[in-house]
Each structure stands twice: as C-alpha cells, then as structure tokens.
Design a protein around this ligand. Structure first.
Ligand code: DC
Length: 228
C-alpha cells in the first residue's frame, strides 16, 4: 500500500508522515530530501544552476541513499555520492535554490523513477509535492496537507531553531514567510508536476490542528481506504 502525503513547505508533512509510517510499520520516503540532495551536490560541485543537463546528470548518476540510526525503524540520514548531507540539505542556502533544481524536468524524471522503484518494494508512506498526482497516481490513499502561510512559517522557524540552535535565532519570521510564499508560487507554477492536490486526494487544513490530531485523521482515512 502506498500512502501519498503531499503539500506545501511547512504543512507538517514530514512530522506527520513519519508518525503515520511508524504507527503502521510502513517504510517512509522523504522525496524532498532527494531534490535537496541534488541541489546540495550541484552547489558543492559548482554546477551552473541554469544548466539543466548538468543537473540532470547529477540526478541520474550520483546515487542517493538513506541511512538508519541504530535501533530506528525509519531512515534519518541522507547521502549523495556517499557524502552524508543529512544536516547540510536543511540549510537556508539549499532552501534558496531547491525549487529551481526541482523544476528541471530531467531531474524530476530521474528522481521519480527512483521513488517508484523504492515504493514498489513495500508498503510505504511517501511524502512530497507530486506523489498523488505523478509518482503514484494509483496510491491507495492520498492526503494533501495545507495550512496558512503564517502557520507554516512559524513551524519552519521552530524546526530551524531545533536543528541549528543559535545560528537560526537571527532568522526573521518575515524572511521565512517570504521564502515560503516564494517557494509555494514557484512549486505551484512550474510546468512539470506542479504542486497541487490530486482530484481524489483527501485535503486537510492543519492550521488549527496539532500533530496528533492530523495523524489520527490520516489513520482514520487509512482504515476506510478502498483497496485498488
Ligand atoms: O519538502 P521539502 O521542503 O524538503 O522539499 C524541497 C523542495 O523539493 C521543494 O521546493 C519542492 C521540491 N519537491 C518537489 O518538487 N517534489 C517532491 N516530490 C518533493 C519536493
């Protein structure tokens, strides 16, 4: 069974998707981490971000791999070309360029093929932007999470403070909000697989819900999802 969880930045996808995967004993795939890894590699190897062919080559040839902490059921580490980029891919420098990298059709084709292969192996909760529309259009359950841009900016600030501590203290709410609005527009407006809810997705506005409430709604949907 594939559970597709799509939605914009800061909608709570990652936290919720991991909890749902844990509760159900499913695998978990963070497809955004794959786009981030390609963006990181492009910056690291000084590839011109306007060179679609070079970006596509990275996605096709630099292997992305997920790693597990001891005793953990879900992957929490990300590698590209054997480099551990777990923390680096969450930095603002990557936030600033990842939409552009992920809009390249060749990059998307390469990563979507990998995602389909990973999801074909076992029951998986897969989170991203186009899982229900493009990667697994026949997923048994499609969830599309939304929340107001302000709520999403507040969550992203909280995450960054946890991840980067003092270094993130100077990040201003307005900057994070502006970045979220800019990325929404870019991700929704791109030609290849724009961010949108699949027609048959269950759309859930999480602005006024806590994580436990969102997880409960999704598990409820799992229990009534028709087999395909
Ligand atoms: O979910 P995230 O913020 O880690 O995603 C990083 C970027 O990758 C985001 O700008 C949108 C893009 N993305 C995408 O285009 N398709 C996906 N399936 C997942 C992420």
């Amino acid at each position: 069974m594939i559970i597709a969880i799509d939605g914009p930045a800061g909608s709570g996808k990652s936290t919720v998707a991991k909890l749902v995967a844990k509760r159900l004993g499913f695998a978990y795939l963070d497809t955004g981490a794959m786009y981030r890894a390609v963006a990181w590699r492009a910056l690291d190897t000084q590839v011109d971000l306007d060179d679609d062919a070079a970006l596509t080559r990275i996605a096709l040839s630099d292997a992305i791999r997920f790693g597990y902490q001891a005793g953990e059921a879900l992957p929490s580490e990300v590698f590209i070309a054997d480099e551990d980029v777990t923390r680096a891919i969450r930095r603002p420098e990557i936030d600033a360029v990842v939409s552009k990298v992920s809009a390249v059709a060749g990059v998307r084709h390469a990563l979507v093929a990998q995602q389909q292969s990973i999801g074909g192996e076992r029951d998986t909760v897969m989170e991203g932007r186009d899982i229900g529309t493009t990667v697994f259009p026949h997923a048994e359950l499609k969830i599309f999470l939304t929340a107001s841009p302000e709520a999403r900016a507040a969550r992203r600030l909280g995450q960054n403070a946890t991840r980067f501590g003092e270094a993130a203290q100077n990040q201003r709410r307005e900057e994070v909000l502006a970045d979220i609005i800019r990325r929404d527009a870019y991700d929704s407006g791109r030609k290849t697989s724009p961010l949108r809810a699949a027609d048959d997705a269950f759309v859930l506005d999480t602005t006024d819900l806590n994580i436990g409430e969102v997880v409960d709604v999704i598990l409820e949907q799992v229990s009534v999802a028709p087999p395909r």
